[in-house]
Design a protein around this ligand. Structure first.
Ligand SMILES: Cc1cc2nc3c(=O)[nH]c(=O)nc-3n(C[C@H](O)[C@H](O)[C@H](O)COP(=O)(O)O)c2cc1C
Length: 169
């Protein structure tokens, strides 16, 4: 049974980090060892049996730290069970339907043979970095659209698949 899970994330404004922490907490609750770390701080995935990679969405792309992480560790990831998630939509759409991965993430999934991806709602609130972020906020389109119940259900399913060995390669 894979026991040590890395949840690596790319974030600018912290909301994807909180999702990653929530995922890791569920995995631990299910009896696995799991830690959430900024993707840019991970030097090797070899201590881990399985990896979850999450990134905030920016202009139709995964956060650059998540993109770099999969590029840098591609070979190691290809030999492990891997799940991807994205976080972005600043509306209820992610709670209402499955939102497919953006094209760059789809390509990474194909390359690494990653079967599963989920899009969670995003968050943009006062204090966010960047001119465009401030413009979005000024136009009244900010808010927190993350649904932690949905996130926890997804994480529990990841744990179950790992524990059942369905994703062992
Ligand atoms: C400049 C900018 C561009 C964004 N582009 C997208 C996008 O293309 N698709 C999307 O779903 N969300 C987009 N968002 C929303 C973010 O993905 C959302 O705020 C997310 O939760 C940010 O994650 P973070 O807090 O971990 O950085 C954008 C937000 C900003 C500020």
């Amino acid at each position: 049974m894979p026991s040590n899970v890395l949840v690596a994330y790319g974030t600018t404004n912290g909301s994807t980090a909180e999702i990653a922490e929530a995922v890791a907490a569920v995995l631990r609750k299910q009896g696995l060892a799991a830690e959430a770390l900024p993707a840019r701080s991970v030097t090797s995935v070899s201590p881990y049996d399985a990896v979850v990679v999450g990134g905030g969405l920016y202009a139709g792309r995964w956060h650059k730290d998540a993109r770099r992480f999969v590029r840098r560790h591609g070979r190691s990831l290809a030999g492990r069970p891997v799940w991807f998630f994205s976080s972005g939509p600043l509306d209820a759409s992610a709670s209402e339907r499955d939102i497919p991965p953006v094209p760059g993430v789809r390509r990474a999934m194909d390359k690494l043979d990653v079967a599963e991806h989920v899009t969670f709602g995003g968050r943009l609130v006062e204090g966010a970095k960047g001119r465009i972020a401030r413009m979005i906020l000024r136009s009244g389109k900010g808010g927190d659209f993350r649904d932690f119940d949905v996130i926890e259900v997804w994480a529990a399913r990841v744990a179950k698949e790992l524990i059942d060995g369905q994703k062992n390669r």
